[in-house]
Design a binder for this molecule. Structure first.
Ligand code: ADP
Ligand code: MG
Length: 392
């Protein structure tokens, strides 16, 4: 789950990470009021969307009138950035921040490196927009430090990173405290990403998080109701939000075959084998729990709500999940949704024979598959045949 910059800064502030003063605003009047309250002579009006590279969505202004005018212009506009996709995001909130005198822009990122399974801290002397270029041109200039989960972070890790960012003197101590605090926020909040870009050195030589991006591990959110409360559904994919409501995992992928699976490994295998047979998954809907009829019906509704979906592949391996329950769910869902596209079902594991029997007895035109490759072949073939016959 992602949160907004202003929320991320509020959380980091609690961990003693230095951030500029700022206020969230939903209207131009609130924006002007916030700027007056903050005081000073320079403010930054920042569009709050769950994406970076905001470009014109971040504006430095030098009068209260300009804060008001910029806010009026920015609210309601659709911002398209590298990270939003072509559709962009509508700006509904702004963050009004005190202008900061920037001497240098550095980069700090914390994430889990899947290659080492360790929390890894990344730092670079080239922050701001320059980091993308540095990552492409000279990735070795980005320092990486994997932290041993048993001993945790030690001050020398942070000092080494501070020197690597080109800091010296008192700034090394400040950077060490900064990095240790950001790391503590990462681990205590069960974050998956903490990214400070830019981390700036101010004109007075202080360090400050000028931007902040925090992402959280969805599987740990139950431990953090205060973070769950920060969710902005306006920023999330409505299909994924609806799926979560039915305890389903949903991943949208843009192809034309809806896939319902159980388990992440099976999801990967299904995508791979589907592609191998010339198909493109529209989405992956993962059943999180048992084969309760409601879940399957909701999964079918969600898959069919995508106008691109021309076929459905159900691929379930029954362990604790019983295939007969899944089959019953599939039959009920097929009845409820009217089954407008070809449906291929592959069941294996607990009660698979019984499941297949239920599908056969339903009298519905469900194609049963004996194994994974067979399933992929059948669904791709059925979709192609329907396309030839002039669509769904
Ligand atoms: P994004 O990541 O969307 O590009 P940032 O918050 O990183 O947005 O801001 C982009 C740039 O705007 C920063 O690199 C910095 O130069 C400038 N900026 C952002 N916030 C401030 C601020 N409070 N004071 C002065 N300049 C700022
Ligand atoms: Mg940034």
């Amino acid at each position: 789950m992602n949160i907004h910059e202003y929320q991320a800064k509020e959380l980091l502030r609690r961990y003693d990470v230095p951030v500029p003063q700022g206020c969230v605003a939903f209207t131009p009047d609130e924006a002007a009021h916030a700027a007056r309250k903050l005081g000073g002579a320079v403010w930054v009006v920042k569009s709050q969307i769950h994406a970076g590279g905001r470009g014109a969505g971040v504006r430095v202004v030098k009068s209260i009138d300009d804060v008001h005018a910029s806010a009026a212009q920015m609210l309601g506009t659709t911002l398209v950035t590298r990270q939003t996709g072509a559709a962009g995001r509508v700006v509904r909130r702004l963050y009004i921040e005190k202008g900061c005198d920037i001497a240098r822009e550095l980069y700090l990122g914390i994430a889990i490196d899947p290659a080492t399974s360790r929390v890894t801290i990344m730092a670079s002397a080239e922050g701001g927009m320059a980091i993308e270029e540095a990552a492409a041109r000279a990735p070795e200039t980005i320092l990486k430090m994997a932290i041993d989960p048993v001993s945790g972070i030690q001050p020398f890790h942070a000092r080494r990173l501070a020197f690597g960012m080109g800091l010296s003197g008192k700034q090394v101590g400040a950077a060490t405290r900064f990095i240790l605090s950001a790391y503590r926020a990462f681990t205590e909040l069960d974050a998956s990403i903490v990214e400070i870009n830019p981390l700036v050195v101010t004109g007075c030589g202080n360090l400050m998080a000028l931007d902040a991006r925090l992402s959280f591990d969805d599987n740990a959110l139950f431990r953090h109701p205060e973070i769950e409360a920060l969710r902005d559904e306006g920023e999330e994919d409505p299909t994924e939000t609806e799926a979560a409501r039915h305890a389903l995992h949903c991943l949208r992928l843009g192809g034309n075959i809806g896939c319902m699976v159980n388990g992440a490994g099976l999801a990967m295998a299904t995508m791979d084998i589907l592609r191998l047979h010339g198909g493109e998954p529209a989405n992956i809907l993962g059943l999180a729990g048992d084969g309760a009829t409601n879940d399957v019906s909701a999964a079918f509704r969600l898959m069919l709500a995508d106008p691109k979906v021309e076929g459905i592949l159900v691929n379930v391996f029954g362990g604790l999940t019983r295939c007969d329950e899944i089959a019953e769910g599939v039959v009920a869902a097929a009845h409820a949704t009217g089954l407008t596209v070809p449906l291929v079902v592959r069941l294996a594991g607990t009660n698979a024979d019984l499941g297949r029997q239920i599908l056969r007895d339903s009298g519905l035109p469900i194609l049963s598959a004996s194994h994974l490759a067979d399933a992929a072949e059948k669904v791709v073939g059925a979709v192609r045949a329907t396309q030839k016959n002039g669509g769904k």
